[in-house]
Design a protein around this ligand. Sequence first.
Ligand code: ATP
Ligand code: MG
Length: 152
Amino acid sequence: MPVIEILGLEKTYLVGFWRKRPKRALHPLHLTVEEGEVFGFLGPNGAGKTTTLKLLMGLVFPTSGSARLLGRDWTDPEVKAQIGFLPEQPYFYDYLTAHELLNYSGQLSGVPGKDRKRRIDEVLQRVGLTDVKVSTSPCQASTPWAAARSAT
Ligand SMILES: Nc1ncnc2c1ncn2[C@@H]1O[C@H](COP(=O)(O)OP(=O)(O)OP(=O)(O)O)[C@@H](O)[C@H]1O
Ligand SMILES: [Mg+2]
């Protein structure tokens, strides 16, 4: 089964302030990635790689075309719970510790409470952040990174 099927996705942005003009970011793209396939999505700057990924994640909307992910319609929220996405510029809430951030993400992803605690311990261990305090007051280290620094 294909895990990604891109069916003619196309994106044209409107740019400019007073007089908006169309800027084509992605010509109609057809692409299939099969299960188990290791796929490198390469292209020159401005080719439309980021736009394609943003479209697949529903962060921007297509001018035309559609896609299927894991055999389902790409707009199906169930699909989003099964895939991971690392944005180019990730944002971390600066008032949450690493533990709190993972707990929040786990809740949003529907990970049950007892599994969540175990998984959080596992991933913090994997990245060497187990010594970070479970919670912190606003005047103490308030980011995962600051908290990590204060723990070392
Ligand atoms: N929000 C936006 N508004 C207007 N034009 C955009 C926007 N985002 C991207 N573009 C334009 O769309 C085209 C494709 O950009 P995109 O960022 O998808 O390319 P890319 O392949 O990821 O490039 P890079 O290798 O530099 O990351 C570029 O011409 C870019 O300037
Ligand atoms: Mg890019």
